[in-house]
Design a protein around this ligand. Structure first.
Ligand SMILES: NC(=O)c1ccc[n+]([C@@H]2O[C@H](COP(=O)([O-])OP(=O)(O)OC[C@H]3O[C@@H](n4cnc5c(N)ncnc54)[C@H](O)[C@@H]3O)[C@@H](O)[C@H]2O)c1
Length: 323
């Protein structure tokens, strides 16, 4: 069996490729290595993959790549390539989000729409498409009302997937991921910045009062959800993928301080535009149809990420993407 993974050099994509290789698949990974964060970090994400004879890396942009050869005889497509990040999605940078989240999704869908034998097209969607919520948790029926330009482009990508599904029978499953963490988490994301600050003694910029809450999801639970969604013949439509740990940033700070044994030097900053107050996933549908069951609790997950950052301190010291 063969899978194409877009965004294979990224945080989640690199873990997914490892999971697929361990299941015995041949994997083609495509990634343009955008400069959103340090290339050294992206290249190191690929370290466990490039030695495998079953992995082929294509460094290319979805917008210009010859997708036909990457898609030849493919059973599964996992579309993770995107421009992530809520805070950077305002202003001039929005055009990057349009290109990497909307136009490239449309180009990929055009390339798969007449494929014979494609079992599943898994789209990495985002909890950000729900926007501000007043409920404890939301299920897949909840209205979508993105609160950031990033969320709007992820929703546009998801809508494109389903219109190709409706018109061309592309076997789409969209997974709405809730804040993902764990080893290799992007350097712009809070846990990496927090753990790095705890170990290095440098300042951690906390946006808002720290009471904002997120449903944090450990990266290996996410890739398991992707694998279940791809291989379950009954999977179709939308699934929430959340870890079931709704915790505030203030609680996360305490957990990281305990895990590292260090006090964190916090610099308080105003809430960033586009940041929602709370996310919470109702994963009943994923549980009942996919048998999705997150295995990692937040303390264990953070401990694993702490160990990873400790082992890669040189890489983070040299990074200009962490602040
Ligand atoms: N990390 C999270 O908490 C989270 C939450 C919800 C959804 N998601 C989604 O999961 C996916 C992966 O996120 P991540 O955190 O691993 O991000 P990431 O930035 O680490 O990985 C994305 C990769 O896609 C590549 N890429 C971007 N545009 C491309 C293009 N046009 N052609 C080829 N490659 C391109 C980048 O170089 C990058 O390596 C994204 O679609 C993101 O929207 C992530």
């Amino acid at each position: 069996m063969k899978a194409l993974v877009t965004g294979c050099a990224g945080f989640i994509g690199s873990h997914l490729c490892e999971r697929l290789l361990s299941a015995g698949l041949n994997v083609v990974g495509i990634d343009s290595l955008t400069d959103y964060y340090d290339l050294e970090i992206k290249k190191s994400n690929l370290d466990n993959l490039t030695g495998s004879q079953k992995f082929a890396f294509v460094q290319d942009d979805i917008m210009t790549s010859d997708l036909g050869s990457a898609l030849k005889n493919v059973d599964f497509v996992f579309h993770l390539a995107a421009q992530p990040g809520v805070r950077g999605s305002w202003g001039d940078k929005f055009s990057i989000y349009v290109k990497n989240n909307i136009l490239s999704t449309q180009r990929l869908l055009e390339a798969v729409k007449d494929l014979q034998g494609l079992r599943k097209f898994v789209y990495a969607s985002s909890s950000s498409i729900y926007g501000q919520i007043s409920e404890e948790s939301v299920n897949e029926e909840h209205k979508t009302a993105p609160y950031s330009p990033y969320g709007a482009t992820k929703l546009a990508g998801e809508n494109l997937c389903f219109l190709y599904s409706g018109n061309f029978k592309v076997p789409v499953v969209s997974l709405r991921l809730f804040t993902v963490y764990g080893p290799r988490q992007r350097p712009d994301m809070a846990f990496t910045r927090l753990i790095y600050a705890a170990i290095s003694g440098k300042k951690f910029s906390l946006f808002g009062d720290g009471n904002q809450e997120r449903d944090f999801t450990y990266v290996l639970d996410v890739v398991e959800g992707m694998w279940l969604a791809a291989t379950n013949p009954d999977s179709a439509g939308i699934f929430n993928i959340g870890g079931g740990h709704v915790v505030s940033m203030n609680e996360v700070i305490s957990i990281v301080e305990k895990a590292t044994g260090s006090r964190i030097n916090i610099e308080r900053k105003h809430t960033e535009r586009g940041d929602v107050r709370r996310t919470g996933a109702d994963v009943s549908r994923s549980k009942s149809i996919l048998a999705f069951s997150p295995r990692y609790d937040i303390e264990e997950g953070i401990l694993r990420q702490v160990r990873f950052v400790q082992e890669h301190m040189d890489m983070y010291h040299n990074s200009t993407s962490i602040s």
